[in-house]
Design a protein around this ligand. Structure first.
Ligand SMILES: C[S@@+](CC[C@H](N)C(=O)[O-])C[C@H]1O[C@@H](n2cnc3c(N)ncnc32)[C@H](O)[C@@H]1O
Length: 134
């Protein structure tokens, strides 16, 4: 199941994955995910949290729809000395793009009860995985 708020992006995803009958797409907001608690074995959110206006709520929703024993995988931005320079750009202010502090995403995951939180840093990006306890 793929979720996105943008119809154009969903149309593109459907086109690109037309041969894959295992996947379906739903239009909706990451801030109010239209699925029941514990609906998914694994929830991945790649390259989107930094564009979402209330990313902490999105992380809470991700944790909510992950089933007990399930896993979460996130890829997003990371604040570094370089991003302090980039962060002052007009482009960032206009686009709403956000750089996350090193412990921000991992801290939210722990706060929402996830365990085995692991963070891999690569330049200005971070890949974070975690598990929801049974
Ligand atoms: C850079 S794209 C990444 C798309 C996809 N995850 C991928 O890896 O190809 C970021 C996506 O986040 C979506 N997005 C932004 N805010 C959102 C929200 N509140 N709820 C759901 N999707 C959102 C945008 O529409 C856009 O498609």
């Amino acid at each position: 199941m793929g979720l996105d708020v943008s119809e154009a992006m969903l149309q593109r995803a459907v086109r690109d994955n037309a041969d894959d009958r295992r996947v379906a797409y739903v239009r909706g907001s990451a801030l109010d995910v239209p699925f029941a608690d514990g609906a998914f074995d694994t929830v991945a959110c790649l390259a989107a949290l930094y564009l979402i206006p209330a990313p902490r709520i999105a992380v809470r929703e991700i944790c909510r729809v992950t089933k007990p024993g399930g896993r979460v995988a996130l890829f997003t931005s990371l604040q570094t000395p370089l991003t302090s320079v980039l962060g002052s750009s007009t482009a960032e202010r206009v686009s709403g793009f956000r750089w996350f502090g090193k412990d921000e995403i991992t801290g939210w995951l722990r706060e929402y009860g996830l365990v085995d939180v692991q963070q891999t840093i690569s330049g200005q990006g971070q890949f974070v995985t975690a598990r929801k306890p049974q």
